[in-house]
Design a protein around this ligand. Structure first.
Ligand SMILES: NC(=O)c1ccc[n+]([C@@H]2O[C@H](COP(=O)([O-])OP(=O)(O)OC[C@H]3O[C@@H](n4cnc5c(N)ncnc54)[C@H](O)[C@@H]3O)[C@@H](O)[C@H]2O)c1
Ligand SMILES: O=CCCC(=O)C(=O)O
Length: 525
């Protein structure tokens, strides 16, 4: 498939007229062909108009049609073959196994949502039949279903160019909910974005859906992104990226005459709690596993274990020695963009320059667009005194905070902002101490895990990839897993509506075969 540098506006594909996005090879900085001229505000208006025109038809597609559409997208992505993998590798500098694995994850995510749509419980049908003879007042017939909220704007993430980008979790869950999607491509991987965008555009056509179901827009600046969020036809936003970017878009959305939700996944340092029993039993082993997680994807994971809390002792010494040795052997790794590399280097320099922080180890020094791993250490009172030490170093660097005792560890946890994950390394003798901290951790994070690390998010029904602000903009939601669909649905109640006027989901005959609750009790099917 030849890249043409075109915006995809419904069924149309046309080159923009504004400043062009130009992809560069992450490893070398070499410009890649073609350029991607940015969309105009007229293109944005057209994409939103088509999305609005598509909405009522798309949201009423039956489960099989919509599930088939998601599966067609998955098939079309696979059909792009090695062209997608090689282009994505070039644009991101990520290795083939990672890209092939992420493609499988993206395809699996689409198929998971197809299953969710077919199964039908996300429609959440509830029926409370009329009780005409109830005294003192009869009860009306009440029926509820959830419907799509409207067209959704999605901002592709830089660090997961497939699983969190054009056909990533935000797009998949919005389409599964019945929402048309307008994607603002991430400027770091425009070619990857066009290839995946065409896979979606092709599926829209082959499934006979309204052309406005999907559009993809490029922009070298921020006007299209901001214009999308401000457009009255957009009903919600999905975003993965910086806290600065996410909060800027949240402000635009909140200032609208009709405010809308921005589901932003922004920043997290993902505390790792090393308990004494675990450290005594396997400090070195945990240290090696930590180093592997810290350097995964050049550390450019939102789930990167950036903060380690532990009590001093031989176990921590063994952890530090093993982690330090592993990191000293770690090669520098290509980072996604010069901007991300610059931000990373500046963040590391700030921590390295702190008078009360010591550097434990650093990896091989890189050049060009590479980042090197680093591990630092300080004491909990220093960490508590300086909020800057809580800032995310988006890359392969972490900070060990020595806590004099479990009370000091609790004090650090109480001090932390909202996080995506917390990882606890436990031996059985640590369970009592861990149990004491769980209520606090539940209030701070979206996912609690034991004897592992947060990197490697499973696309599953019980996954929460979210957490209290500023990990995300809304701690009640997740951007990964089948619950992600809830963000783009809202309930509507129908009272005493004649059956002939009810949507199929609520008709007495249940023609869609949806799971339903009758008077709150799941209907036996
Ligand atoms: N938490 C995460 O998962 C995550 C993922 C990627 C990046 N980041 C952080 O973000 C930093 C920059 O990386 P990035 O480029 O992916 O994120 P970014 O927030 O700069 O950009 C993400 C997307 O949002 C758009 N955007 C950002 N701010 C905008 C604004 N004010 N108006 C309109 N559009 C806007 C960008 O054009 C891009 O398409 C990284 O250094 C890292 O610290 C975090
Ligand atoms: O970077 C954000 C997502 C992280 C993720 O999906 C993973 O750790 O697998």
């Amino acid at each position: 498939m030849t890249l043409r540098g075109e915006n995809l506006i419904g069924a149309e594909a046309r080159r923009g007229t504004e400043a062009a996005v130009r992809a560069v090879a992450a490893a070398t900085g070499e410009s890649l062909e073609p350029d991607f001229p940015g969309a105009s505000l007229g293109d944005l208006d057209r994409a939103c108009a088509l999305a609005e025109a598509a909405f009522d038809t798309y949201r009423e597609t039956d489960p099989e049609t919509r599930a088939g559409f998601l599966e067609a997208i998955a098939a079309n992505i696979l059909e792009t073959g090695d062209a997608l993998v090689t282009r994505c590798m070039e644009e991101t500098g990520l290795p083939r196994p990672r890209i092939e694995g992420e493609r499988a994850r993206t395809v699996g995510q689409l198929r998971l949502f197809a299953g969710v749509v077919r199964e039908g419980s996300s429609v959440a049908v509830r029926i409370d039949p009329a009780l005409p003879d109830r005294k003192p007042l009869p009860r009306p017939d009440l029926r509820l279903r959830r419907i799509a909220v409207g067209p959704v704007a999605v901002f592709g993430a830089s660090n997961f160019p497939l699983a969190f980008s054009v056909a990533g979790g935000d797009t998949a869950s919005a389409l599964a909910a019945g929402c048309p999607v307008v994607v603002k491509a991430h400027p770091a991987h425009p070619g990857t974005s066009e290839l995946v965008g065409r896979a979606i555009q092709k599926a829209v056509a082959s499934c006979g859906l309204p052309e406005g179901t999907f559009s993809l827009l490029f922009d070298a600046g921020q006007s299209i992104g901001q214009g999308l969020v401000a457009d009255p036809r957009i009903a919600a936003v999905g975003f993965t990226g910086s806290r600065r970017g996410g909060t800027a878009l949240m402000a635009i959305a909140a200032a609208r005459p009709v405010p809308i939700p921005v589901y932003a996944e922004m920043s997290s340092i993902n505390p790792v709690l090393l308990f004494p029993g675990a450290l005594a039993a396997r400090g070195a082993e945990i240290g090696q596993a930590f180093a592997a997680s810290l350097t995964l994807g050049a550390g450019q994971f939102c789930t990167n274990p950036g903060l380690i809390l532990a009590l001093p002792g031989p176990g921590l010494d063994a952890f530090l020695e093993a982690a330090g040795a592993a990191l000293r052997d770690s090669p520098a790794a290509t980072m996604l963009t010069p901007g991300i590399q610059r931000a990373y280097r500046e963040a590391v320099a700030r921590v390295a320059g702190h008078a009360a922080v010591t550097r434990i180890a650093e990896g091989a020094e890189g050049g060009g667009t590479q980042g090197r791993a680093s591990l630092f250490a300080t004491d909990s009172d220093v960490f508590l005194a300086d909020p800057a030490l809580q800032e995310e170093m988006f890359g392969a660097s972490g900070l060990v905070v020595r806590c004099a005792d479990l009370a000091a560890m609790r004090a650090v946890l109480e001090h932390l902002e909202g996080q995506l994950t917390a990882a606890l390394h436990l031996a059985p003798e640590d369970h009592a101490a861990a149990r004491d901290l769980l209520p606090l951790l539940e209030r701070r994070v979206g996912r609690i895990l034991v004897n592992g690390f947060g990197t490697g998010v499973e696309v599953a029904h019980a996954m929460v990839h979210g957490g209290p602000y500023p990990a995300t903009s809304d701690g009640r939601t997740t951007s990964v897993g089948s619950l992600a669909i809830d963000r783009f649905l809202r309930p509507v109640s129908y009272q005493d509506v004649p059956d002939a006027l009810l949507p199929p989901a609520l008709q007495a005959a249940n023609p869609l075969g949806l799971p339903r609750r009758i008077d709150g009790v799941p209907e036996r099917r």
